[in-house]
Design a protein around this ligand. Sequence first.
Ligand code: S3P
Length: 180
Amino acid sequence: MLSPQENIILVGFMGTGKSSLGRLIAKKTGRRFVDIDQMVVQSESREISQIFKESGEDYFRRIETFLLGTLKAGSGLVIATGGGIVTQPENIPLLRAQGFVVWLQADEDEIFNRVSRNSNRPLLQTEDPRKTISDLLARRHPLYEAACHFSVDTTHLSHKQAADAVISEETRRISVQNNV
Ligand code: S3P
């Protein structure tokens, strides 16, 4: 039986499916879904692209960290985070203290295909988005690794398969904890 209490926190690069998978995992496990990007948008009453343009990335990062800190461990949530949440060093222990952190991975080509479908992401409004993705991925790889308890490569998985992989690992983890 799943613990309804532990938060499941999804981290990973833009386009790895954090929000859509998060919604599915929430539905399958009876948890409530929250999306930190959406929390930022609501608290600022502005879109993310507007926040970046008008107030800068540092400002966005401060709001993101503040809102992450308002979530409490053991609240029975599925939390989708923004792809850059791991870039703030204080967020890594915070994420790990708040629940089961899952890193959703995908191949670079697949990420590029997925994010090319929309132009909402301020960090990818560059002359060479493909290179930007490659550079950001290289820089962030060790940060996601440090933040996560578990990782799933979603490149060749359906949403259902990826959600099931997360849920079965969470179930295993809870049963190990309960047997100690
Ligand atoms: C960002 C990812 C975005 C959003 C913002 C910055 C990043 O979220 O938080 O545009 O730094 O990778 P998604 O990963 O949900 O696209």
